[in-house]
Design a protein around this ligand. Structure first.
Ligand code: C6P
Length: 404
């Protein structure tokens, strides 16, 4: 049996999505900007995909949704352009973000710092979440933008986006949220929130890789990152990737129709896996279960290096990760665990397990059994664990940073 538990890195494309995309590769392959019917015949499919995204997010007709190549592009676009728009033309030169954002935010922030922008990286609490009052206390009259992720790719923890949006509105500061790990996993209603920009990526909700979007509230001005043609109303140049946009529309529709019901089913399997892992002595889960996306577990197994666990799981045909796939080749400590206050050794014990609506009960049974055996095997050869008497299972607590 093969078990894929790395759905926060990417997901399987839903067969219904593949089916919706196929005609736009070799039948209706025209360029939507062409005036002939090969081009114009793609317009209804593009309009439908756009509608599917608006409906899924409950965006208003005044808002803009611009398709991009991925969330990395959407994140870069917002951060770089807000400072092109506001710093070059005004006197604001400060942004607020968190220590636990995805590398596509953190690396862009470092780039902006090299251009003279001042960036405040907010600390997180013991759940790995930034608190709204912390955001408030770091906004100054020089702050142009606050960028806080909606849900963590590493822990699944959901951030207080509604409260942060209200603070930004009150302070007259733009608010961007990286919604990649929230959209398609938890209900999102953009009309009930005050968020100026939201980034998303189709391959996180069973759509294709290489297509994402940026939501722009009230269609406000944002200098394009890519200049060229008049594609997407001049907001993002480059020939529209029709099959992928069609796929993204279908995928978001499938992911958000009956989302609460689907989430409950995923949560039940996730909780069963989590309960079984917590029966193993000296394990800890990062983040309170109720405030997490329904599919994610970040677990620390004392005395077992995350990378060793990963390879053991891989030998058993289980795909997991130690954290963000973008950092996983570097054998780095888990950034969220470090931000919560774990020491370097402990932060190397993190394993991220992320389910999807395609994960089956049989796969969870297999993963539980393999995980338990892997811990036994690896602890028996671990110099930091070998001599210790294991404590009774089931006593692991959410979010404690010191193993018993
Ligand atoms: N996170 C992970 O393993 P792209 O691939 O560019 O569409 O998405 C980037 C991205 C942005 N924000 C968040 C919160 C993300 O989780 C990701 C992708 C994967 O965690 C791959 S690094």
């Amino acid at each position: 049996m093969q078990v894929y538990l790395d759905n926060n890195a990417t997901t399987m494309v839903d067969p219904q999505v593949v089916e919706a995309m196929l005609p736009y590769f070799s039948e209706q392959y025209g360029n939507p900007n062409s005036l002939h019917k090969f081009g114009t015949s793609t317009h209804p499919a593009l309009a439908k995909a756009m509608d599917q995204v608006y409906t899924a997010l409950n965006a208003s007709d005044n808002d803009d949704i611009v398709f991009t190549s991925c969330a990395t592009e959407s994140n870069n676009w917002v951060l770089q352009s807000v400072f092109i728009d506001l710093v070059l033309n005004g006197d604001k030169n400060h942004m607020v973000t968190t220590e636990v954002e995805h590398p596509s935010i953190l690396a862009t922030c470092r780039f902006l710092e090299e251009q003279g922008v001042k960036v405040t990286y907010l600390p997180v609490n013991d759940q790995g979440v930034v608190e709204a009052h912390t955001v408030r206390s770091f906004i100054t009259d020089k702050t142009a933008l606050v960028s806080v992720m909606w849900a963590s790719n590493e822990t699944g923890m959901i951030f207080p986006i509604k409260e942060i949006g209200e603070i930004c509105k009150e302070k007259g500061v733009l608010f961007h949220s990286d919604g990649v790990q929230a959209i398609g996993k938890i209900p999102v209603d953009l009309q009930s929130l005050h968020i100026d920009f939201v980034s998303m990526s189709a391959h996180k909700f069973h759509g294709p890789k290489g297509v994402g979007a940026l939501y722009i509230r009230d269609s406000q001005k944002l200098t394009p990152l890519l200049h060229g043609g008049e594609h997407m109303g001049g907001r993002r140049s480059g020939t529209l990737n029709v099959p992928y946009i069609v796929g993204m529309g279908k995928a978001i529709e499938l992911a958000t129709t009956n989302i609460e019901e689907t989430a409950a089913k995923i949560r039940k399997k996730r909780d069963r896996l989590e309960d079984a892992i917590m029966q193993i002595s000296d394990t800890m889960i990062v983040g309170d279960r109720e405030n997490r996306t329904p599919n994610t577990i970040l677990v620390s197994v004392k005395g077992v290096e995350g990378e060793s666990m990963l390879w053991d799981l891989n030998k058993g045909d289980i795909g997991a990760s130690t954290g963000s796939a973008c950092a996983s080749e570097e054998l780095e400590a888990n950034t969220v665990m470090l931000a919560i206050g774990a020491d370097n050794e402990l932060a190397h014990t993190g394993i991220r397990l992320s389910l999807s609506r395609f994960t089956t009960d049989a796969e969870i049974d297999y993963a539980i059994s393999h995980f338990q055996n892997a811990v036994k095997r690896l602890r028996s050869i671990s110099s930091s664990y070998a001599v210790q008497q294991p404590t009774k299972g089931g006593e692991a607590k959410d979010c404690e940073l010191h193993h018993p």
